[in-house]
Structures are given as C-alpha cells and as structure tokens.
Design a protein around this ligand. Structure first.
Ligand code: NDP
Length: 237
C-alpha cells in the first residue's frame, strides 16, 4: 500500500502498457479508472476490475460523444477529482511507408488517435484534475517523436509525425497550465513487448511500467514540459 492513495485515469487500458499501468498502480493501492474502447471485451482488464480499486469505463478517445459520456461517469466515480491522467492509448499505422509514399487517410487516422485523442481526453479531464493538487498529465509519447533524434530516418512517417505532434501538444499544455501548477510531461516507455512493440522488443511491459511509475511518482514542478524515458533519462524534443 502506497503512503498516499491517489486516483489515476488511464486510457487504452485494454492491453499492452495501459493494462500493465492498471496492474501496477492498483497493486500499489491506488484507485485506477481504467478506460478502454470496450472494457467488457478486454478479458485481462475484466479480471482486474473490482469496482473499488479498478473501475472500468468505456472511452474511445477519438469520439467526442464517447469522451463526453465517459466523463459523465467518471465524475460520479471520482467526485473529489483525479490526481494523475495517463494518456496512453495510441496506434502506430503501417511502418513500411516513407514520407514519399504515405497516404492522407493514414496520416489523419494516426494523428487523430495520437494527437486529437490526447487533446480530447485532456480537455475533458481538466475540471477533475483541478479539484486536486497533484495535477499530473502524463502523455505516453515515443522516442520516434523526437525530431532531433529522428531514430527511424525515412520510415514510420505516420507514427513519427503524430508523436512529434503529441510532443508539441505536451509543451503547449505545459505552458498553458504552468500557472495552475500542473506538471505535463511526455514519456517514452522504451521499446516494449506489446502488440505494438512486437516480440523482438528488449523490454517487458513490467519493467517499462515499473520505471515509468517511479518517474511519475517523483515528478516535481520543475519537470513541467519535460520529455524523458522510462529510466528518467532526458530526451531532446
Ligand atoms: P498496444 O497496441 O499494445 O495498445 C494500444 C492501446 O491503445 C490499446 O489498449 C488500444 O485499445 C488503445 N487505443 C487505440 N486507439 C484508441 C482509441 N481511439 N481510444 C481508446 N483506446 C485506444 O500498444 P502499447 O501498449 O505498446 O502502446 C501504448 C502507448 O505507448 C502508445 O501511445 C504507444 O505509442 C506508446 N509506445 C509504445 C512503445 C512500445 O515499444 N510498445 C514504444 C514507444 C511508445 P483497443 O484494444 O481497443 O485497440
């Protein structure tokens, strides 16, 4: 049991990193509002839902009516507010294209999930985050979003453009919310074995999430707007 019980909201909790966030945060004694497009169909998540520490809520981050309905529910689940929002949901789009062959539809699709979805949920969550003093917003980004590092060279344009966009959103939110003492950060989980990361990834979800949880717990105001990985190592935007 952690010293202080906090209320976390996690998006994309059906599988992968989102699911592991729910496992580890609830194991530490926190309350986790675990959102997923359809929580009833996510078997691993269903087994964690106990309506006390883990509460499942349907939320498609790209669908404004779903976001509105979800937050009506979340307001009743957490009438005293939420401490930490973890914008985890994301898609990568096809990896094979380059910027010379990428299509408009795929750009829009990936951007809508990784940038607009994060914005939708953050805006809807703000009143609940303002009810508490913790005020942390964690955007699960990727090293692929670093324009300076450009780790994939000519490939992964959909994912790279969207994660660079999500990084910009992180900086913009951190500037808009600094006066209200929010801490808004972009975190790279490492390359992790999930449906997105694939089985060749060197990290297991347990290790990535343990690292990110440690970093999230020790965040202070000076870190507002920071971009770092699961070990706490700083990354260049
Ligand atoms: P997965 O593909 O395993 O899981 C993605 C999650 O996002 C699923 O829960 C999925 O839900 C959810 N999701 C996608 N679109 C939406 C939507 N519109 N509304 C709600 N939920 C949605 O990926 P990971 O767990 O690996 O990735 C989690 C985050 O970490 C992502 O932001 C990703 O970009 C980032 N990341 C991952 C890395 C890795 O190596 N794995 C490396 C760097 C960053 P559903 O089950 O309904 O499809």
């Amino acid at each position: 049991m952690s010293a202080q019980q906090l209320t976390y909201l996690v998006t994309g909790a059906s599988r992968g990193l989102g699911l592991e966030f729910v496992k580890q945060l609830s194991a530490k004694g926190h309350i986790v509002i675990a959102t997923a497009r359809d929580p009833t169909k996510a078997e691993a998540l269903v087994s964690l839902i106990d309506y006390e520490k883990v509460i499942g809520v349907a939320l498609d981050t790209t669908d404004q009516s779903s976001v509105k309905a979800a937050f009506e529910k979340i307001k009743t689940i957490a009438p005293h507010g939420i401490d930490v929002l973890i914008n985890n949901s994301g898609i990568s789009g096809p990896a094979s294209e380059t910027a010379l062959t990428a299509t408009a539809d795929q750009y829009l699709d990936v951007f809508k999930t990784n940038v607009v979805g994060t914005s939708n949920v953050t805006q809807a969550a703000l009143p609940l985050l303002r009810q508490k003093d913790t005020r942390k917003i964690i955007n699960i980004s990727s090293i692929v979003g670093s324009i300076k590092l450009n780790v994939h060279g000519a490939t992964m344009p959909y994912y790279g453009v969207s994660k660079a966009g999500e990084n910009y959103l992180t900086k913009a939110l951190s500037a808009s919310l600094a006066e209200e003492k929010f801490i808004v950060v972009a975190v790279h989980p490492g390359w992790v074995q999930t449906d997105m990361g694939g089985q060749k990834a060197p990290l297991k979800a347990e290790e990535s999430i343990a690292g990110m949880v440690e970093q999230i717990e020790k965040l202070t105001q000076e870190k507002n707007g920071a971009y770092f990985d699961y070990t706490g190592e700083s990354l260049p935007y």
